[in-house]
Design a protein. Structure first.
Ligand SMILES: Cc1cc2nc3c(=O)[nH]c(=O)nc-3n(C[C@H](O)[C@H](O)[C@H](O)COP(=O)(O)O)c2cc1C
Length: 207
């Protein structure tokens, strides 16, 4: 059982990293392997809808998005962490997730538990949290919850560690993620088959 935790901040070792590290340590205690993937500090361009990714599981633009896509299939669960920028997820992570989910395709994500976390100095976490959960909800990913909305406050990693309630929220989230992964494993071992994907009809409201 492996979880990939995505650090969507331009700061490799900032507040987002402190919150993700808490989740990673708790996952390890629960017997789940955790790896942190940093999207980097380089500009990440948005999706331009060129459609070249169709069926390739690869974006036309070569950067950390393709690096992530090529790893993701080997993981059983995901956590995406963002710093709050103007009461929303960071521009970098938004571009990253647009392209990772659009180009990556459903197969690498479908029915794998996922969680979003947001960190901020003071406000905007719930908006960013809602925003990120939407990627999971359209990809048939069970959304893992905690004892509060998944947020930690601070301007840097040291302040984040002082947000005890925030850190407890991260811990509980990790435990719940680990439990869902164990349930999935037990189900697989017992021969429980996942539901077949629906062949969805696209209705674009044009008739
Ligand atoms: C462009 C920008 C916009 C920000 N907007 C907000 C905001 O809306 N609300 C807030 O509380 N903090 C805001 N912050 C502060 C960061 O969310 C905060 O410093 C956070 O701890 C950074 O996490 P990181 O170290 O993982 O990048 C903003 C920071 C930047 C750079």
């Amino acid at each position: 059982m492996r979880v990939l935790l995505v650090n969507g901040s331009p700061h490799k070792n900032g507040t987002t990293m402190a919150a993700l590290s808490e989740i990673a340590s708790e996952l390890s205690l629960e017997g789940v392997e955790a790896e942190i993937f940093w999207i980097g500090a380089q500009p990440i361009r948005g999706c331009m809808g060129c459609g070249k990714c169709g069926g390739n599981s690869k974006c036309a633009f070569e950067d950390s998005v393709n690096e992530f896509i090529s790893k993701a299939a080997d993981f059983d669960g995901f956590v995406f962490g963002t710093p709050v920028h103007y009461a929303a997820a960071s521009g970098q992570l938004t571009s990253f997730m647009d392209r990772a989910f659009y180009a990556g395709g459903k197969d690498i994500f479908r029915l794998k538990p996922a969680a979003a976390i947001a960190v901020a100095r003071r406000g905007g976490c719930t908006g960013a949290f809602d925003q990120l959960n939407k990627y999971f909800a359209i990809t048939e990913m069970p959304i893992v919850s905690s004892v509060y909305w998944n947020m930690v406050f601070g301007s840097n990693g040291d302040q984040a560690k002082m947000d005890k309630e925030g850190m407890d929220t991260m811990k509980a989230l990790a435990r719940n993620m680990a439990y869902l992964l164990k349930l999935r494993k037990a189900g697989d071992e017992a021969g429980l088959k996942p539901p077949k994907p629906i062949k969805k009809e696209f209705t674009n409201f044009i008739r």
